[in-house]
Design a protein. Structure first.
Length: 157
């Protein structure tokens, strides 16, 4: 039985580290003649609140403003890094907890593989913050390739 990978999901936070993972996602997409799905998740916990109760007000920008900014950033990202592919990539901006939205998207779209970057943090930082990559690995409906930037590993330019 031949390995069939038709849809690859590449979650990005637009960081340099995520560009290292994009190299792998693009290469796998070309190797398998697959469709690339690129998503960014606006974390629901991005806002801090000034108070509790009826007078509570968010200290950060409105959700609509954040969404508009991120959609513009996604368009620019696609224009710079997702050109020249066999199939036009699918780009999406999602809202919620990043790992949950990535896993849900993978389930709904029937993704065959997820390629994402990991910071590779350990110890106390990992214990306190958790890891989106770890949570995706443990909950994904498909194989997950995690890419950790290492010495000498260059991002796309």
């Amino acid at each position: 039985m031949a390995l069939k990978i038709a849809k690859i999901l590449y979650p990005t936070d637009f960081s340099e580290l995520s560009l290292v993972a994009l190299k792998y996602a693009r290469e796998l997409t070309a190797m398998f003649s697959a469709h690339l799905h690129c998503v960014h998740v606006v974390d629901e916990a991005y806002q801090y609140w000034s108070a509790m109760g009826p007078e509570a007000a968010p200290l950060g920008p409105a959700v609509e403003d954040i969404t508009s900014m991120v959609e513009t950033q996604m368009d620019q990202f696609a224009d710079q890094y997702l050109i020249g592919m066999k199939y036009a990539p699918v780009t999406k901006v999602l809202h919620g907890r990043p790992f949950k939205e990535i896993v849900t998207y993978a389930q709904e779209v029937m993704i065959d593989m997820i390629v994402l970057a990991t910071h590779g943090r350990g110890g106390l930082v990992h214990a306190l913050l958790g890891s989106t990559a770890d949570k995706v690995i443990h909950n994904a409906p498909c194989p997950v390739l995690t890419v950790r930037a290492s010495t000498g590993e260059e991002a796309l330019s």
